[in-house]
Design a protein around this ligand. Structure first.
Ligand SMILES: NC(=O)C1=CN([C@@H]2O[C@H](COP(=O)(O)OP(=O)(O)OC[C@H]3O[C@@H](n4cnc5c(N)ncnc54)[C@H](OP(=O)(O)O)[C@@H]3O)[C@@H](O)[C@H]2O)C=CC1
Ligand SMILES: O=C(O)C1=N[C@H](C(=O)O)C[C@H](O)C1
Length: 249
C-alpha cells in the first residue's frame, strides 16, 4: 500500500482524503493547530515535516492546506526526497515559482481540481470558445462559505484555457456604470452554505446561449482524484506534472 502523508489533515479535505484512502494508507498528517490525532492519524507540525516524512517512511504527500503551509511542506519534501501532490489553491506568482523550483528536485503534481469531470469540461470549453469565437463569455463559480480564496483555483484554470483560445480581459465582480467591452469576460465568485464547488461558463451570441457547467456533489471526488494522482506519482522522475497526465495515462 502507498504510504501517504496529508498536509492540512485537520481540514475538510484532509478528512475527505483519510476517508477515501482505501487502497493507500495515511500514516501521518500535518497541521499547525494543537491536535494529536485525526481518525488515529498522528498530526505533526509542518515545521517538523521533513523528519516526519523519514520517520513514517512516507511514499508521497497529498496537500490540501493553505499556500504558506504547502510551501513549507514542499521544502520538506525536497529535503526528504518525497514526491508531492499539491491541491491547495490561491498561490501568488512567488508561491508558484517556489513550487516550480521544488519540482526540479522531486516529482510534483499540481491541480486546482482533481475531478475527472472538470478535465472534460476544460476540453469542452476550449472547443466551444474556439468555435463560437465572437460570443460573449461569462464565468461563474459558487463555493461553501468557508472558502478563503477567490476566484477559485478551478475558475482561474478555466480562464487560462479560455485565454489560450481568445484574447479576453477578465473583469472581476463587475459593478458600476460602463458598457460591456467585446473583449471582456466577467468572472464572479459566490460563497454560500456548504456548496462543494460549482463552475459555469456561459457563451452568448447570435440569438442563443450555451452554458457549460460542472457541479461537485461531495469532497470525495477531489480526494479520490488526488489519491489516484499520488499513486501515479510515486516512482516518477523529478518534474512538474498535472492531473491531465494521470487521467490521460
Ligand atoms: N485541487 C482540488 O481538487 C481541491 C482543492 N481544494 C483546496 O484545498 C485547500 C484546503 O481546502 P479545505 O480543506 O476546504 O480547507 P480547510 O480550511 O478546511 O483546511 C485547511 C487545512 O490547512 C491547515 N493549515 C493551516 N495553516 C497551515 C500551515 N501553515 N501548514 C499546514 N497546514 C496548515 C489547517 O489546519 P490548522 O489550522 O490546524 O493548521 C487545515 O487542516 C484550499 O486551498 C482549497 O481551495 C479544495 C478542494 C479540492
Ligand atoms: O475550496 C474548495 O472547496 C475547492 N477548491 C478548489 C478550487 O479553488 O477550485 C476546487 C474545488 O472547486 C473545491
Amino acid at each position: 500500500m502507498t504510504r501517504v502523508a496529508v498536509n492540512g489533515v485537520t481540514g475538510q479535505m484532509g478528512g475527505a482524503v483519510i476517508e477515501a484512502a482505501t487502497d493507500s494508507e495515511v500514516v501521518v498528517g500535518f497541521a499547525t493547530s494543537d491536535t494529536d490525532t485525526v481518525d488515529d492519524v498522528p498530526v505533526v507540525h509542518p515545521a517538523e515535516a521533513a523528519a516526519a516524512l523519514r520517520e513514517y517512511d512516507v511514499d508521497v504527500v497529498v496537500d490540501f492546506a493553505v499556500p504558506n503551509g504547502a510551501l513549507t511542506v514542499a521544502e520538506a519534501c525536497v529535503e526528504a526526497g518525497v514526491p508531492m501532490v499539491v491541491g491547495t489553491t490561491g498561490f501568488d506568482e512567488d508561491g508558484l515559482a517556489r513550487l516550480q523550483d521544488a519540482s526540479e528536485e522531486i516529482p510534483l503534481l499540481k491541480a486546482t481540481n482533481f475531478s475527472q469531470g472538470i478535465q472534460v469540461l476544460q476540453r469542452l470549453i476550449s472547443e466551444a470558445v474556439g468555435t463560437l469565437d465572437d460570443y460573449d463569455l461569462e464565468l461563474m463559480e459558487t463555493h461553501h462559505n468557508r472558502k478563503v480564496d477567490a476566484p477559485s483555483g478551478t475558475a482561474s484554470s478555466i480562464l487560462d484555457v479560455i485565454q489560450e483560445e481568445r484574447d479576453v480581459e477578465p473583469v472581476y465582480g463587475r459593478e458600476g456604470h460602463a458598457p460591456r467591452e467585446d473583449d471582456e469576460i466577467g468572472v464572479f465568485a459566490r460563497r454560500a452554505g456548504d456548496v462543494r464547488g460549482e463552475h459555469e461558463l456561459v457563451l452568448a451570441g447570435n440569438d442563443e446561449v450555451l452554458s457549460l457547467s460542472h457541479r461537485a456533489e461531495d469532497r470525495g471526488v477531489f480526494a479520490a482524484g488526488a489519491l489516484d494522482a499520488a499513486a501515479w506519482l510515486v516512482g516518477r522522475d523529478s518534474g512538474w506534472y498535472e492531473f491531465g497526465d494521470v487521467v490521460d495515462a
